[in-house]
Design a protein. Sequence first.
Length: 300
Amino acid sequence: MVTLAFAGTMVVAFAAGAQSRSDEQACVNGRDDRLVISACSRILASGLRDPHNKAITYYNRGLAYFRRKMYEHAASDYSQAIRLNPTMATAVYNRAVVYHHMKRYRLAIADYSRTIGLNNKASLAYYSRGLAYSAIKNYPKAIADYDKALQMNPKADPVYYVRGLAYIGMRKYAKAIADFTRAIEISGQPNYYGKRALAHYRRGAVKEAIKDYSEAIQLKPTEANYYVQRGRSFFKLKQYGRSIRDYDQAIKIDPRANQAYAARGFAYEKLGRQARALRDFKRAVALKKAKLRDLRAKKN
């Protein structure tokens, strides 16, 4: 899971008596986002005239809206802050992050670019714009942004990781492996091993993939997907018994792992255990249907 960083609150310097002290403190330092939104709203409704303070108040309320996942409101507030102060790079950047979360990637890219125009040393903006380019599968532009971010911070392991993902998207597996290796050298996160394993697998180096999946499992034994992927690697080597044991463990961790049931069914089929294979296939289909129903229910 790749995460986006978000700029924090900004301090407002109100004139004496311009607004109740409690609202000022809540708008800037409040911990309950609902109270932050209420306090900032009262300040804005009070007739605050100073453009600088007004922009910061919209900015802080936008941050609270964002934390509550009220993205349309957050984007609107950041737009107001930018209107009042067009050079407020943090507001432009935060609006880009909001658009990113809304999957409005081209708007996000435009705001990341504007952020870079305001501050060309903003390595985080290059990284985030790279993520947006990756989301629309424009991997060459994503890699160019990751390159720029790494020039500014050569030890940023998350950037090597996402650049590796972009290289996988371009089927440049050797370069992906090199980036995941560098990320592992800096910080041996289990997902770094998992993605390097995927690059090895797609390159045809299945035994190397198994080694990396095993390392990922050692670091995070509760991740069912690592067992599924290692099981598929064993399947590729026709080691069906070992693949089944991995699928068993994945199902033990996540009984709703429909992919594990389906993959185990194929392994049983290879061993001639047709009845057992059929049960797994049926279970995989039932779980898939249940997940689709849950997804539709959430959307409604």
